[in-house]
Design a protein around this ligand. Structure first.
Ligand SMILES: C[S@@+](CC[C@H](N)C(=O)[O-])C[C@H]1O[C@@H](n2cnc3c(N)ncnc32)[C@H](O)[C@@H]1O
Length: 570
């Protein structure tokens, strides 16, 4: 069971109660009338904080037990969690914990009460993979049919259900992973929020970990209400060694706020967090995702939209690299083999051996004798404007290769037949074991193209008109209808970085240069002369040597200036 840090639950509780009391005050209602729900109580970390905060500020001590017995509900699907919650509540002096409304129930399928003023919690984060039964139990209900979406997480249901049973002037406060605001798999969730709620406050943990053991996990606290708000506050916490509790207190009481930067990515900002004022309309409707962009910066995005005649997906094809289905022997491959071959010594196969992807030594007997053996690039070989020499080879083994090549491919691949036949298409009888799973169109790799790794700290696009084969973690921009060097310069510019960092996709600090963000990248309406100026410089950078780094930086800066000046003058 994952427990929420006290510092986080204290902050969420105090902020929610303040928001709720403000909302109630405008209607002359008192918190004493509020109905409160924790839908996934776990060890009761929210409830301990809640009960203490209510007593400190909102409910007289002698009335608290009565209030909690009638106005508070806690739920968990696990009986052990309910027991633990009671135990923990008793430890902090709630002697009547056994008499509280703590129910062992499935919140999503077995809870039908309505009309809550505050719903607060840390829902379970579970993917469908490996948890099919947990999902289908919800999916089979009316509620589940309405909200299920492919690739979703279980916590989406908790938000959706909570919105259904929240009162009009109520508050929903949750801590979840941050990715759903920009995930394609969360479009129904975003639509549910768009249709019936708006943000009151959002706290983005950035690179700071909210849960100690969760590496690479980016968290978000959000407060939603059903009333439409014109704007809300977005707090981005910087990577800092300062105490999280103190940072959250400062957010709570508006202390140590650094002034909102003009442009909301601020690499140089050393404060604990940055607060921006965000327009609700812009956040929810500028793109299919939720965009937490300050009102100060929003104008640029409106200008970009107005001056975009084409997006990249209309000016070029964006293709993913190759999926072999078995690059080199993995642990899993070996266990498949062991199941089928009695004598391990006979296998003559070990982890790391090249199947379709070969190292220099493994490839040596095929170099120059097999035309389907090609150089194979890793995504780390590709950086902005340059491509490193690859160390690997690929057997580009497809239905179109010559008989002589097929013979050589089989010679190398036959000993891996058992492994290769475990690929889905081979099991279905659609793919001979010695063919690549998704070889794509060969022209993608042989013709003129711009390539990029799927994930990079900065835009990293490089031009090539040579053969360049790489796997699915590399994207290929081909059939370019513009001057390709203009597109190259444009994509590597600080403008693209700015745009993608704000409204593209990110994983922590990394930009995700996937099909969709690339396809949707606007190509702003730049004059033909300026396009040529950019293309000329991008070509010069591509052809220059590493030792020209000063010259390269100068050229890059010139490209950035041309694009930004054009944008401002539009
Ligand atoms: C991430 S833990 C949060 C625990 C606690 N609220 C906290 O923050 O420390 C999620 C909790 O949700 C409970 N849970 C999982 N599925 C549930 C469901 N369908 N209905 C109610 N509770 C559920 C789990 O048993 C677990 O205790």
């Amino acid at each position: 069971m994952v427990f929420t840090d006290d510092k986080i639950s204290n902050f969420m509780v105090k902020r929610s109660l303040k928001l709720l009391s403000d909302s109630f005050e405008s209607k002359n209602k008192s918190i004493e009338a509020a109905k409160i729900l924790d839908p996934c109580i776990g060890g009761a970390s929210f409830d301990i904080a809640l009960f203490q905060a209510l007593e400190q500020e909102y409910i007289k001590s002698y009335k608290l037990s009565e209030f909690l017995k009638t106005n508070f509900i806690g739920i968990d699907i696990e009986a052990s969690a309910i027991e633990l919650a009671k135990e923990n509540l008793k430890k902090v002096g709630i002697s009547y914990a056994d008499n509280l409304n703590l129910k062992c129930k499935d919140y999503l399928t077995d809870f039908n009460e309505q009309g809550f003023d505050l719903i607060i919690g840390n829902p379970p984060y579970i993917g469908e993979k490996g948890n099919r039964a947990v999902f289908s139990k919800v999916r089979d209900t009316e509620f589940g049919k309405k909200y299920y979406e492919k690739g979703m997480d279980y916590f989406y249901f908790f938000i959706e259900k909570s919105l259904e049973i929240l009162n009009e002037d109520g508050i929903l406060a949750m801590i979840t992973p941050a990715y759903w605001t920009r995930a394609d798999s969360a479009s129904k969730l975003r639509e549910a929020i768009r249709a019936r709620a708006s943000f009151v406050d959002v706290i983005d943990f950035g690179e700071l970990r909210a849960f100690k053991d969760a590496v690479g996990h980016h968290s978000l606290i959000f407060f939603l209400q059903k009333k439409k708000t014109a704007e809300f506050s977005y707090y981005l916490i910087n990577e800092t060694k300062n105490d999280l509790g103190e940072i959250l207190e400062n957010i709570l009481y508006g202390i140590n706020m650094s002034p909102e930067p003009e442009i909301s990515i601020s690499k140089e900002n050393h404060s604990d967090f940055i607060k921006s004022c965000v327009s609700s309309e812009f956040c929810m409707n500028y793109s299919p995702y939720f965009n937490f962009i300050s009102k100060k910066t929003q104008g640029i995005f409106e200008k970009i939209k107005k001056h975009t005649k084409s997006i990249l997906g209309e000016l070029a094809s964006i293709n993913q690299g190759i999926v072999s289905g078995a690059d080199r022997v993995t642990n899993k491959n070996l266990s498949v083999l062991k199941e089928q071959i009695d004598n391990e010594a006979d296998m003559n196969i070990k982890i790391g051996d090249g199947i379709f992807v070969l190292n220099e030594k493994e490839a040596s007997e095929y170099i120059n004798v097999c035309s389907c053996l090609v150089s194979f690039y890793k995504n780390s070989d590709i950086t902005a404007y340059s491509i490193k020499k690859p160390k690997y080879y690929l057997l580009y083994s497809t239905s179109k290769m010559s008989d002589a090549d097929e013979e050589k491919a089989i010679k190398h691949l036959s000993k891996f037949e058992v492994i290769l036949n475990k690929r889905r298409e081979s099991m279905l009888g659609k793919l001979p074991y010695y063919h690549l799973q998704w070889p794509r169109r060969k022209e993608i790799f042989t013709g003129e193209k711009i390539v990029s790794p799927q994930r990079a700290l900065y835009p990293s696009f490089a031009y090539s008109d040579d053969e360049l084969y790489a796997s699915a973690d590399v994207y290929y921009i081909t059939d370019i209808k513009e001057n390709p060097f203009f597109i190259l310069g444009y994509l590597n510019s600080s403008f693209t970085d700015f745009y993608l960092r704000h409204v593209g996709k990110k994983k922590g600090k990394y930009l995700e240069l996937y099909q969709r963000p690339l396809s949707e990248m606007p190509v702003i309406d730049i004059s033909e002369d300026k396009k040529l100026e950019i293309a000329h410089r991008a070509q010069k950078i591509t052809n220059s040597k590493i030792c020209d780094s000063l010259k390269i930086s100068q050229l890059k800066l010139e490209i950035d200036n041309i694009i930004w000046n054009e944008l401002y003058n539009l």
